[in-house]
Design a protein around this ligand. Structure first.
Ligand code: X90
Length: 278
């Protein structure tokens, strides 16, 4: 049987070793007549730089049904892991692709998980799915266990600017005003509904990092897996890793860079953290 795990590019994941084939379906970032496809060839730093100086309207586009179908290839068991359906149409497109594919190939199966989240939490799920597949359990059970794992994972963020989120209607103007003052970071989490829920307004990076860690501990973090993705802010990401490691020397922490979609919304200096609640 050919199995395939597919995320959209908001997961910040381009390769994932394991028994199943893996693919990332790109979202797009659009600024005037420029279009950035969020695939492995995208030069993220150059995109962030050119957006910084671009004064016009900019936005994003989710993958369409055809993009998901193309990623399905001819796999017989497919697991799609998408960004929150409350902020993007990616999940809906994947669901429609599933209907299409299953009616075309009645003996094949497509599962679609709405993570109500993004970034590192999606990475944790994809990794879990590969591991479960390796145990030899049935594919349907792999997908169900992976979805259940969402109860044990969470997502936090620290943002210096919410401008692109507000300009594209992903947070309210009131929420966006929390940030925008030099040196202020908005720390928050993915809500149960899959929206941004600011929890703290922090003065300075140090305070933001301490707040992130204490909020994660409050949610049940005990030194399990953590994925820290940053937008051109490796210093802070490594500092956070250091702080976490002081409390939990055996924590399994991966530090990486946000790809195109998350870089557009998290903006320079931003961090997105997926973690295990216990
Ligand atoms: O369909 C599209 O065009 C994509 C829209 C995505 C909008 C939100 C992306 C947020 C990315 C911000 C911090 C993490 C927030 C998590 C909330 C669930 C990064």
């Amino acid at each position: 049987m050919g199995y395939k795990i597919i995320v959209d590019s908001s997961a910040n994941l381009q390769v994932l070793p394991g028994p199943a084939e893996f693919a990332s379906v790109p979202l797009k970032i659009i600024a005037g007549d420029r279009e950035f496809v969020d695939d492995r060839d995208l030069d993220v730093e150059q995109m962030v730089e050119s957006l910084r100086t671009y004064k016009g309207k900019s936005g994003t586009a989710c993958p369409g049904v055809a993009d998901w179908l193309e990623a399905f290839g001819d796999a017989e068991g497919i697991l799609c892991i998408t960004i929150t359906s409350n902020l993007s149409g990616s999940w809906n497109a994947a669901r429609l692709a599933k209907e299409d594919y299953e009616s075309q190939y009645p003996d094949r199966q497509v599962f679609v998980i709405d993570t109500l989240s993004t970034g590192g939490e999606m990475q944790l799920l994809a990794r879990k799915a590969q591991e479960l597949l390796g145990t030899g359990i049935a594919f349907g059970d792999v997908c169900r266990h992976t979805e259940a794992y969402l109860q044990k994972t969470g997502l936090m963020f620290s943002l210096e600017s919410l401008r692109n989120l507000a300009n594209n209607g992903r947070v309210s103007p009131v929420t966006a005003k929390l940030a925008g003052v030099l040196g202020i970071r908005v720390v928050g989490k993915a809500s149960d509904r899959g929206t941004l829920e600011p929890t703290d307004k922090c003065r300075g990076e140090r305070k933001a990092l301490q707040t992130l860690l204490s909020r994660m501990k409050e949610q049940g973090y005990q030194g399990g897996r953590m994925v820290i993705d940053h937008c051109m802010n490796e210093t802070a990401a490594l500092q956070l890793k250091g702080l976490v490691t002081q409390d939990f020397p055996n924590a399994d922490i991966a530090v990486g860079q946000t790809r195109g979609l998350c870089s557009f919304y998290a903006e320079q200096g931003g961090m997105i953290i997926g973690y295990e609640k216990g």
